[in-house]
Design a protein around this ligand. Structure first.
Ligand code: OOB
Length: 550
């Protein structure tokens, strides 16, 4: 582990014998991300690594440029006291500096904590506290939000945060131009960064991923998605998310010596222009975005003929949508079902259409262990498997799936089985080929266009309102988003809170806009289950009935 941050109560690693097996199999190769960039610069120096815009100014960096920038920035950050084992909140939109910042941190052995541009004060404060972050790297403004001001508020509240660095500011530019220095390469089996969980019980958990484990998934993702040096990957989704970061994402594209184009926005207007101008060969989107692209493709003037593969994942891609993608966009569909905790499944490019259209793929690795267990038993052990072909709850363990969240011993006791399987909370059917079909979810999470919303987290914000006695948040099927959030609320005696007021209240608690309930329904009381718990099943049924009667 990195200096000063011992493996211990904070971080659950793989058992020694299992780690030895992953090393022997060649999955874990003892390379860090910093060392990888050095290798890439030597192999692909003059090829284009990253294309994007920095504050409206077009940028086009070769592998050598990126390597040099990461070296200089690492030296600049070191000069500000950032070093091995430090946690640094990174909140950056899709711009080239995202890539130089994370490689600079990796070179220092510091850990990026990947927050999304959508996150707000309360979430950032939680991540900073939990990680005891020493710095926040952000931008001045993005999508009309003053990120620098929010970061400074967080820094005022969280004692560990010593620095707020604003990409694009003169101060940051100066840091980025420091004379390059070499730093000791961190332990490849140590934590490289903290990714965020979607969250199902309260707030998002921090996910410790190591250089070795993540690089294995990146390398295999690049291979499975057939990335080559002349591939061009369009990062349309926010790149800090695990999917556009590594499935195959920016890191997969870099690993292959390919070019990454960072789209500042994912809508067809921006994405199609970039596909044409940069001759993009591959991209990855969530189902609602795939639907928007399919629709827009029918009337676009842009030439999309370079596009070979479109990955769709993050949420279930309906069969009807899956069938329209290839014909509409003139490319091959590749489904991806993954999670920041580890496991990633892909349909393969040479799979028969039936599997590509009807499943969410099979795991990256033969060493990904998959168990499908009794869905009605939340404590099911990894050995309680259902009959093959039946629907069950997915458990997994493997060479790039974590054994525990960061600093979360209590939660880990239920999120993982005693033998180290991660309880994904997804309901799946396993096909004889090993492909998984995702059929639902057993976790208290709403998947809103691929963005994950923890019901409990939003309920807690609602209950904080003086007029709210109790709250229950459920997902409602939505044609465009897949699901929307609906909050049922029981008011305190005599109170009658309005929907707009409650939505405003939740937003002003400082959370991402995608977590603000789409719908708020005030009721007198909640239906209860046999044991007296709020019956979300009945609330969902009531919503479905209401929708039918409309
Ligand atoms: C990706 O990662 P997360 O951590 O935001 O969310 C993971 C969860 C899964 O447990 C599952 O509930 C859902 O998102 N999910 C899908 C899906 N892909 C993800 N549900 C149905 N069909 C799919 N294709 O979302 C993520 C990470 C890496 C690659 C792709 C997606």
């Amino acid at each position: 582990m990195s200096a000063g941050h011992p493996d211990g109560p904070d971080h659950v690693g793989w058992p020694a014998d299992v780690a030895a097996r992953y090393r022997a199999a060649g999955h874990w190769r003892g390379q860090t991300f910093g060392a990888l960039l050095t290798t890439l610069a030597a192999a692909y120096g003059h090829r284009t690594a990253v294309v994007g815009e920095s504050d409206g100014v077009p940028a086009r960096w070769t592998y050598s440029d990126l390597d040099d920038r990461a070296h200089r920035l690492a030296a600049g950050l070191a000069g500000r006291g950032i070093g091995a084992g430090d946690r640094v909140l990174v909140q950056l939109p899709n711009r080239p500096e995202f890539v130089s910042v994370i490689f600079a941190l990796w070179r220092l052995g510091a850990w990026p904590v990947f927050t999304l541009p959508a996150h707000r004060r309360t979430e950032l404060r939680h991540f900073a506290e939990k990680a005891e972050a020493s710095a926040i790297i952000t931008v001045a403004e993005h999508e009309r939000h003053d990120h620098a001001a929010t970061a400074r508020e967080v820094a005022d509240d969280v004692a560990s945060v010593r620095e707020v660095l604003v990409v694009g500011s003169p101060e940051f530019t100066e840091l980025s131009e420091a004379p390059p220095r070499e730093f000791a390469d961190p332990d490849p089996e140590g934590v490289a960064f903290l990714q965020l969980s979607g969250g199902s019980t309260g707030l998002s958990k921090l996910i410790p991923r190591t250089h070795d484990d993540y690089l294995y998934s990146v390398r295999e993702s690049a291979r499975i998605c057939a990335l080559r040096p002349d591939s061009v990957y369009l990062a349309a989704l926010p790149v800090a998310h695990n999917y556009p970061l590594s499935s195959p994402g920016v890191l997969g594209a870099l690993h292959a010596g390919a070019t990454t184009v960072l789209a500042p926005r994912p809508d067809p207007g921006v994405a199609f222009r970039l596909i044409e101008s940069e001759r993009v060969t591959i991209s990855g989107v969530v189902p609602p975005l795939a639907a928007a692209w399919v629709q827009a493709a029918a009337r676009t003037e842009h030439d999309l003929s370079s596009l070979e593969v479109l990955l769709v994942g993050g949420a279930k891609c309906a069969r009807e949508l899956a069938e329209r993608i290839g014909p509409a966009l003139g490319c091959r569909l590749q489904q991806v079902f993954g999670m920041a905790e580890g496991l990633v499944c892909y349909t393969r490019l040479d799979d028969p259409d039936e599997l590509v259209l009807g499943t969410q793929g099979r795991p990256i690795s033969l060493d990904d262990e998959i168990r499908v267990v009794d869905p009605d038993n939340p404590d099911a052990a990894s050995t309680d498997e259902v009959v093959p072909g039946e629907v069950g709850a997915l458990l997994t363990r493997g060479p790039y799936t974590i054994r525990g969240y960061y600093r979360a011993a209590e939660h880990n006791a239920t999120a993982f089985t005693s033998d180290g399987f991660y309880r994904t909370g997804d309901l799946v059917r396993r096909h004889p080929s090993g492909h998984l079909e995702v059929v639902g979810r057993a976790k208290e999470q709403i998947n809103r266009a691929g963005e994950k919303v923890s019901a409990e987290e939003v309920e807690n914000h609602l209950i904080a309102h003086p007029d709210v006695l109790d709250a229950a948040v459920v997902g409602v099927p939505d044609e465009y988003l897949g699901e929307r959030t609906c909050a049922y609320v029981v008011p305190t005696d005599g109170a009658s809170p309005g929907e707009a007021e409650l939505r405003r209240f939740v937003r002003e608690r400082g959370i991402a806009a995608f977590k603000v309930p789409d719908l708020v329904i005030v009721v007198e009381k909640f239906p209860v289950t046999g044991v007296g718990k709020t019956s979300k099943r009945e609330l969902r049924a009531a919503l479905a009935a209401q929708a039918r009667n409309r």
